[in-house]
Design a protein around this ligand. Structure first.
Ligand code: DC
Length: 227
């Protein structure tokens, strides 16, 4: 049997359900799920704590020298992010950190700083890795590349329902505007913009239930891996 690690790259815009779907399918297939957005969020969190302008490339680049960003997994296989040894897994999900993450992720030095830790995960484990540039930059040799998307309205609606269920409701129009802003930032930056890899498979989950999307994702991956 070959001991080559297998890698599935899943890219796509925010709120398309990448992380929930990738986590579920990784568990079913026995792969490790790697959420790369969380590492950009960790840098965004550091910038936010220091009160830095996330668009100030020189200040953010200087900050990187003080940062130790680590990814660990708990006994249940859940990914945790450590910032200089402190667990910031919850803090990085705050809404203000989302925009910080999107802004700092456009800075080439930030992307270079985080690249090797992502590749290292794929060397060590069979991974399903999700992000924006996994199929294009981080793992261009991935066995399967998927571009997972849904309409902005569908993504805003899901986020609206999720926040409502969590007891922290937010205005739908504001959520839609934020999604559009992040889409624009993520796909218009010059460094590793969000775009489908030429050899990626497009999956559009608009109007799907979670179970439908999960089955579609799993089937697509298994077909490509020849399982
Ligand atoms: O997936 P997410 O929404 O948690 O990601 C947060 C931000 O990080 C997102 O706005 C874009 C950026 N990101 C990136 O530039 N490249 C990745 N591979 C993953 C995320």
């Amino acid at each position: 049997m070959s001991d080559k690690r297998r890698a599935v790259a899943i890219d796509g815009p925010s709120g398309a359900g990448k992380s929930t779907l990738a986590r579920a399918v990784a568990k079913e297939l026995g792969f490790r799920y790697v959420d790369t957005g969380a590492i950009y969020r960790t840098v965004g969190c550091a910038a936010h704590r220091k009160g830095l302008d996330p668009g100030d490339a020189a200040a953010i680049e200087a900050l990187l020298g003080e940062l130790q960003v680590e990814m660990t997994y708990d006994g249940e296989g859940l990914q945790h992010m450590l910032l200089n040894g402190e667990d910031v897994t919850k803090e990085i999900r705050l809404p203000e950190i989302s925009l910080y993450a999107s802004r700092v992720s456009a800075i080439p030095a930030v992307r270079a700083f985080l690249l090797e830790m992502q590749r290292e995960m794929a060397r060590k484990y069979d991974v399903i890795m999700d992000g924006r540039d996994i199929g294009t930059v981080v793992l261009p040799q991935a066995d399967v590349k998927i571009f997972l998307t849904a309409s902005p309205e569908d993504r805003a609606r899901r986020r609206y329902l999720e926040l409502q269920q969590r007891g922290t409701p937010q205005d739908y129009d504001q959520l839609l505007a934020e999604i559009r802003e992040r889409d624009y930032n993520d796909s218009h930056r010059s460094s590793a913009p969000l775009r489908p890899a030429a050899d990626s498979i497009l999956l559009d989950t608009t109007d799907n239930t979670f179970a439908q999307s999960c089955a579609l994702l799993r089937r697509t991956i298994e077909e490509r891996l020849g399982r």
